[in-house]
Design a protein around this ligand. Sequence first.
Ligand code: UT7
Length: 333
Amino acid sequence: MINTGIAIAGSGSATPSVSVDNHALSQLVETSDEWIASRTGIRYRKLASAETTLSAIATRAAQQALSMAQVDPSEIDLILLATSTADDLFGSAGQVQAQLGATQAVAFDLTAACSGFVFGLVTAAQFIRTGVYRNVLLIGADVMSRWVDWSDRTTCVLFGDGAGAVVLQASECDRLLGFELRSDGNQNACLNLSYQPQPKALTDQITIGQGNYQSVTMNGQEVYRFAVTKVPEVIEKALYRANMGAEGIDWLILHQANQRIMDAVAQRLNIPAEKVISNLANYGNTSAASIPLALDEAVREGKIQPGDVIAVSGFGAGLSWGASIFQWGKPSS
Ligand code: UT7
């Protein structure tokens, strides 16, 4: 019989070594440790050097996840790299596949900004549910420092770089209990990293557009309002699909964007603060990496135990948002 349940069998994470505190940023823009810490909860962020590639950080996180899951790279069927900051616009998953030596795996990028990990988790699950693949490696990785305007204090203080990964495996017992994914392109303008083409005449008759991607722009207040409204709703929907209530959650891991958003969402769902996992203070907003990075730290600290029920929710550009409820670990563990 083909096993079409899903187990999340291992996690890993990696960040650049350079940590930058809020005081250092106050030398770049008019800001302060007090403003950043009180409005966001962020104190430090890791920033990648010019030599550091996204695929190298993603590969390090993936190696740790494979090692925890005791899966050899040659056994991976699919690599999904959730990222919005690929080294190559054609995708960076292939480079991760090569660096891992995952010779049997098909690899591709998935772009859903800060919702990328949750969207990737659900995408990965479909390949297992249909019986097509047995071992899927999902990585959330972003190097936002490449795309932030370092003279814009409203965005540059928020972001950091990193990667997190999980291994999903086919299992007799299904540990992916429920999910819900949403998009609203009508609010796309709230958060962008968009391409700005300049007209370029190739001949008298033919003009194409060539340009560059612009830095991140965000209407912070709009995104804040969207998050505190939509995230509790989407978690409740995922809980409904999992046939359980918020009291059944052992750990809540939200996209690490703002501590005030995490507190407001937990309060709305009546989830006590001690069940909310947060490492935002040390890393800032690492986009698609933030949830698996927080998950992996909590697993390695021994907070999250096999069988624990975890609710994750990502939200961000698109606008996009989603939630998933799963139990940690292999059923036999
Ligand atoms: O990953 C994608 C998801 N993104 C998010 O979830 C972000 C959601 N939004 C937020 O987290 C918050 O809206 C921010 C942290 C971005 C901003 O916090 P806020 O409490 O909404 O501040 P604000 O935008 O209302 O700005 C308040 C004041 C303004 O000054 P005035 O107009 O009152 O004089 C800003 O110019 O704070 C000023 N300000 C700053 N001051 C010092 C904005 N950025 C800074 C800064 N340092 N870095």
